[in-house]
Design a protein around this ligand. Sequence first.
Ligand code: PMP
Length: 458
Amino acid sequence: MRNFEHAAVWEADRDHFIHPYADFANFKAEGSQIITEANGVHILDSTGRKYLDGIAGLWCVNVGHGREEIANAVSSQIMKMQYYNPFGHSTNVPAAILARELASLTPGTLNHVFYSTGGSTANDAAIRIVHYYFNQLGKPNKKKIISRIDGYHGATYVAANLTGIHATKIGFDAIGRDLIHHVSAADTYRGGDGRSDEEYCDFLVDEFERRILQLGPDNVAAFIAEPIMGAGGVLVAPQGYHSRMHQICKKYDMLYIADEVVTAFGRLGEWFSSEALFGHVPDILILAKGITSGYIPLGATILSDAVHDVISQPQCVDGVFTMGFTYSGHPVACAAALETIDIMKRENMLDHVRNVGPHLQAYAKKLLRHEIVGDVRGSHLMLGIDLVSNRQNKEGFPASSHAADVVFARCKENGVIIRPIGNRIVVSPPLILSKTDCETIVDVLDDAISAATQTLQN
Ligand code: PMP
């Protein structure tokens, strides 16, 4: 490994690394904080400052930082066979074994795994597979996809268009051909509008059905949704929503794609949340992030037997499935995933999350004492907080006041990393944190929100 002075790294970064989601002007002036070490629930920067990582890297480092077991699994796979292509009939040991493991952990008949390199590519692959599926069925017009406002599905062209977060689209183009349509977010805080959960759910399901009828059921192929919206601000749907949306999909011969990039691998105390917490088995399941705990990039698009049966029949094509990435089923990434799963099993991590998760949610409710906190919500180790300038009408602060950034800055000063998103704050720590760590995150937030109240109200 080469060694570099941190000043040289800082300059190289500022001059040559295009960062996701950086403000070009500020970035040139301020540059980056260099994260140099990570262990357990903590990260260290180049000045030696230590932080409690309240966001698990970016919703991904589920088993915690610095796991020697994963380093060993990765290095031994590299020494044995670091890469050979998976095209046609060649395979590798970790990819095959991981596919079987995923098939056994997932619910229902989700038994067939197409690998990619992350959440975006897994979602893009899903949409291509959905289109291929309906071509195979002789329904070439059934192509439109319904997604949701405030949903996040990635940054490649199709995934970015599936995404319904307005701020991610500014300055970019929409994909053509009237392909993707958005319905309302399922957001029990803002969307409910005084309605009961049941009435709100009726409204969302009705809106969805009306949209399908308007687009024409013969033209609509699939619905994609996160069980709990993550990057949109940890938005929780009313009870029964997902299974009812899935029923509507069945009624109109559409596929339901569950984007569990964030909600799988223990974040909600389950391997996968769709069936365990939301009462339905999707037709296609999207995984990334926690699948390797962020140690190596990997994505997976998992198909039900029924979907796989159709795409594997040589009907409208000659039987060759002409889609694949160089790194589909990368042996090193799959070895990291297998070790991640083994660690989770060995350490009973799902039980741990079922224990600490409710504590985080309950303890965080104390943040409601602040006038500028409109809502504290979530499930297990996904926590969302809405900052409001007016609790009655739930109005946020103007974008120019960067409300959540103000809170973020103070938390960071006090050694805790949370994620600011406009007027929303999200917390998604490594699953291994203790109850005391949960309390530290919330206590630091509590102080930061007190300080921010003064700044924001002046
Ligand atoms: N889907 C969801 C629900 C996500 O949260 C993300 C990333 N935050 C993605 C897809 C995209 O994944 P990636 O950044 O690995 O492409």
